[in-house]
Design a protein around this ligand. Structure first.
Ligand SMILES: *Cc1c(COP(=O)(O)O)cnc(C)c1O
Length: 400
């Protein structure tokens, strides 16, 4: 019996509203559904499929590891985890790595570490967490409460205390909140879910300086902005502003679930044996794949390619907009791009997503007014051209 979309409504918890078609196969930046219809993938599984679908290096790493060792738990360490940790340390500010399975878990670890380290050094009162409005840090109860979007955290009962919010990119507002009781500040260098909003360089530097002044840890949530998406391996390197703790996930696994928290030896020492953990974290399969991902992405060719492709996307979207003016702004860094709908088309991003899919191109939204592009970092010229041509047809239908 063929599975249909109706099975979703029958068997699955209704917390998602997936598209009507069901993808069954992918190759590079193309996906095919059950009926054999082809889509160009500019969604990248929400900034996850950093090397497209079924990249030979990732298939190779996964199958090799699958024939060797799948899981041992953290009662034992394993070679793929140690290799990946070394690669991440060599490529970043960090000295130490903690592995988990998702972005939310990486942030949960980051926040717990920051509070623990702050409290042990300065006392119980140093526990305040500062976060930006419209930010997104995951869906565990702590991270969703830290994320500045009440629509995701309301209605689940009492929230953890000690979290305060300010307007992103507003240094004055931040300055008014931070004090000596602040344990940490968590920020996305580019707000993803919040609408693809890049930080101003002066704002990030100002936050860094104030954190240092108040002995507060600066956490960069690079779950979406990291692993090459900005054109540097991590967006902090693009800005030249170094955090104390960094979270990674999404593109890190290229489609295999993994998360990582990176930090310095000085801070890491507060997460002593027994203070935190996860059964699957550092799983050999996940780490083998992520090791292959970083080998491919962290090369001058791929990172420079991200910047070239950024220009191709922005030019292409602007050309569509010149014919059918629906966007007021195209923003973002590297291959995380947001096209903002004009006043006339408010709240209609979802409609564009659906029409685009009908025309054979998958795009994302970032809130009701922003069309988001988060394709493979190695999407080809041909795939970009074909996808944008299909998007143009879709937008022509949308405005008609
Ligand atoms: C997606 C995302 C998360 C959550 O990651 P999950 O793997 O879904 O838990 C956290 N922070 C940012 C910036 C994200 O984009």
């Amino acid at each position: 019996m063929a599975l249909t979309r109706a099975a979703f409504d029958q068997y699955m918890v209704p917390n998602y509203a997936p598209a009507a078609f069901i993808p069954v196969r992918g190759e590079a930046s193309r996906v095919w559904d059950q009926s054999g219809k082809e889509y160009i993938d500019f969604a990248g599984g929400i900034a996850v499929n950093s090397l497209g679908h079924c990249h030979p290096a990732l298939v190779g790493a996964l199958t090799k590891q699958a024939n060797q060792l799948w899981h041992v738990s953290n009662v034992f360490t394993n070679e793929p985890a140690l290799e990946l940790a070394q690669k991440l340390v060599d490529a970043t500010f960090a000295d130490k790595v903690f592995f988990c399975n998702s972005g939310a878990e990486a942030n949960e670890a980051a926040l717990k570490l920051a509070r623990r380290a702050a409290i042990e050094q300065f006392g119980e009162q140093k526990n305040k967490v500062i976060s930006a409005l419209s930010s997104f840090h995951g869906r565990t109860f702590f991270t969703v409460c830290v994320g500045g979007q009440p629509k995701y955290s309301d209605g689940f009962g009492p929230k953890p205390a000690g979290i305060e919010y300010f307007e992103y990119n507003n240094l004055e507002a931040f300055k008014a909140l931070i004090d000596d009781d602040t344990a940490c500040v968590i920020l996305e260098p580019i707000q993803g879910e919040g609408g693809v909003v890049p930080a101003d360089a002066a704002f990030l530097q100002g936050v860094r300086d104030l954190c240092t002044q108040h002995n507060a840890y600066l956490i960069f949530d690079e779950v979406q902005s990291g692993m090459g998406r900005s054109g540097s391996l991590f967006a902090y390197q693009e800005y030249g502003v170094v955090p104390d703790i960094l979270s990674s996930a999404k593109s890190l696994g290229g489609g295999f679930p993994i998360g990582a928290m990176l930090t310095t030896a000085e801070i890491a020492k507060y997460l002593v044996a027994g203070t935190h953990g996860t059964t699957y974290g550092g799983n050999p399969l996940a780490c083998a794949v992520a090791g292959a991902v970083i080998d491919v992405i962290n090369t001058p060719e791929v990172l420079a390619g991200v910047k070239t492709k950024h220009a191709q996307f922005v030019d292409g979207i602007q050309a569509i907009n010149a014919k059918y003016p629906v966007f007021s702004q195209v923003r973002g860094l590297g291959l995380l791009i947001g096209a903002v709908l004009t006043e006339a088309y408010q709240d209609r991003a979802k409609e564009i997503l659906n029409i685009a899919a009908q025309n054979g191109v998958m795009v994302l939204m970032a809130g009701p007014n922003v069309i988001r592009f988060a394709p493979s970092l190695i999407v080809s010229d041909e795939e970009i051209a074909t996808g944008l041509a299909r998007l143009e047809t879709a937008i022509a239908q949308f405005v008609a």
